[in-house]
Design a protein around this ligand. Sequence first.
Ligand SMILES: [Zn+2]
Length: 362
Amino acid sequence: MLSARQFSELLNLRAPLSKIISVYLPVDHQGTHARTLASLLRAHAREESAADDAGEDLKLVEEFAAGFAPSAWRGAAIFSCKALGVWRACPLPEPVRPALRIGERPYLAPLLSVCDQYQRFGVVLAGRSRVRFLEVFMGQIREYEELAMSWPGLGPTQSRAVAEKLDGLARNQEFSRIVVGAEPEISDRLAGLLRTVLQQNLILDETLGAETASETVLERIRGCEDSARKVRESVLAHRLLDLSRSGEAVLGLDRTLRALRRGQVRLLLIRDGFAKMGYLCQRCGDLSVGFNRCPACNGVMGAIFNVVDELIQRALDGHCEVVRLLNDSVLDSMGHIGAELSAQEASGAVALKSDAAADSRS
Ligand SMILES: [Zn+2]
């Protein structure tokens, strides 16, 4: 699990001399991640820049991919810079587009886009003789065994000690929600001792307790997150539909592509799994759904397997917010994709296109 501290380290990481490797792999039970990595490495080896000193880092990534158990994961993000002693591998609960980038900063946009959809939960499981502390984030759970406390009875003094420990942990780990798993008498007492900001983000759950297995805690929190996400997605999809009536949003692949080309997209919504064949301009790298001359430069278009993936990538690179809808919504009958537009005419359109041209050459 990426801790809050590791996360902010990645955000601030710079290695101007020794470059940082960022790799994203889609994951499934068919071993896709290993094949994808092999083809990314082949493509990298063909590039002129392959004469860099990334060999050792790429070897580490290969070893990781060879031993990675897909489990229920749908993606993986890996960052390595051996010279700086940096290694972070993070399984993801959502799919990502394959990518291998080498630069002085880690390539974080796809990771951030997934992380934004998850909250960091601090969990305290309190019984009369034992108290445990755990953290749940992005489908993973971690137990702080070194913080566990055991004593007979949970009186006022012990409760205060538990609240203090939880407070310290919450500050260090930047928890956005706190779950107290305990019988009501204990959880009420603990809740009363917490800082206001923690009280405001508190979930009391008497079905959990000091003896609950960590897998059960994870399942329970995942269930709550799934329901909350379902509601959030439905709200976003309905808002998109409303905004489209006043011209502040567009629906459907073609219109979304056009808005992205103009640099107008603020928030992109896509139904998870939506894919479509499309075309890429060989000259300027613009995207299109219809086989035709390039809408931007009239150049020749070449077919690409999934234009939606390419569109998501460009939206991320253009600093648009991207939300994958994992649940059924009104968007399913409106073309599976749409975008809220930013108010001002963005100047990002030109940058997007030149990035795309660079991508298509590599
Ligand atoms: Zn073109």
